[in-house]
Design a protein around this ligand. Sequence first.
Ligand code: AMP
Ligand code: SF4
Length: 457
Amino acid sequence: MCGVFGAFSPSGSSVLEDVYLGLYALQHRGQESAGISWINGEENIHSLKGMGLVHIALDQKKLASIHAGCAIGHVRYSTTGESLLANAQPLAAKYARGPIAIAHNGNLTNSDGIRRYLENRGAIFQSTTDTEVIIHLMAHQSHKPPLDALVDSLRRLRGAYSLSVLLGNRLIGARDPWGFRPLVLGKREDVTYIASETCALDIVGAEFIRDVEPGEIVVIDSTGIKSVRIPVRTTRHFACSFEYVYFARPDSVIDGRSVYKVRKALGEKLAAGAPAPSADFVTGMPDSGTLAALGYSEASGKPFEIAVVRNRYVGRTFIQPTDLVRNLGVRIKLNPIRELLKEREVVVVDDSIVRGTTARRIVNMMRENGASAVHLRIASPPVRFPCYYGIDTPTCEELAAAQLDLPSLEKMVGADSLRYMSAEDLVAAIGKPRCELCTACFTGDYLQGGDEDGTDL
Ligand code: AMP
Ligand code: SF4
């Protein structure tokens, strides 16, 4: 998962600090690296990139001192390509028709085929990210005006991409025809913004204008905002349901649905479908299960308690790549309140189980601290399939629910009872028709149509 941001000021007022702040608000979408690119005059592209969190990777003071009226930014969390500075985005290049920089959220499912095709024709790739194929596809069409070349390149891609692009002195936003990843447009005075989530508009005081539609390219320049379609026919949309379950910030609104409200609704549905009548109170895994636990508590009439306190200075565990870091992360991060747990029966709500490490630890922790029974409730269906669209779920071998049936998983995490919610309830809580949502990691219902290897070239 990654986050993208972009800002364009027709009056040329400087936007680099806005982009920095936007990335700061999108930090939850990627913690591996951060970068900003801008264009100086018509021709020269500049980038500032670094590894780690936004405030470590980028120098806010330096950015504030640079004047640029059009810029894009990216926070990265690797799905393809290693964790290297060379893979940090935006990716910038100067091709025959001028400067271009791209920030990409999502994962292309046919990039390997396109890459091979281009390499056989002499392209030399600088990074191992799938995003670079977009630039090379454009470079191979230098006879076309840049925007036409971009549209034609995007037409050949399959999978997930929400893009923020600098093309000459234009800012461009694009969302794949299936709408996997969110992308929104906002405005503050005369400055137009593109962002992965609305929380990044809020931080710069911008008003939300609208979502970029699946298959839409928005072109922002001194004449205003224009909309162009990506010429790919689709039969349905695939908006990622996991954004609502876990990934997006709860203060964001995606495709007209408040993430906060969806998470509470998930908890309500879970309480109805997977009650725990003997439990004394409901608690959430901090912070990922808190809102669903609130919904569960309201719907079940059982009190909500904060039974585990999270050290707020420790980052999200999952996003850091190694097992060692992940395991240490959970231990460093959480501390239960013994007085609350002693001889009580607890419902613990979490958003999901991936490898099962977090669930096992938390159940264990509750028992060690006196809980008489622990009922684990998961506010999404079992994750049984990998994601190919930009969320770093592990392979089937590592996915606990792909390997174990419910009783075995219950035993593995050590809960007195473990229940999930159904895919139907997930879809109902999100409130979109099923044919507009991706649920592939839960149901195996992937985007179809020879999209995995065809290059369409
Ligand atoms: P695990 O310990 O591997 O089962 O991870 C489960 C925890 O990671 C849950 O509490 C979630 O909040 C979080 N999580 C679930 N899915 C993902 C994902 N695809 N990427 C990052 N974190 C996730
Ligand atoms: Fe989202 Fe899961 Fe679909 Fe990936 S497979 S896009 S995580 S719903």
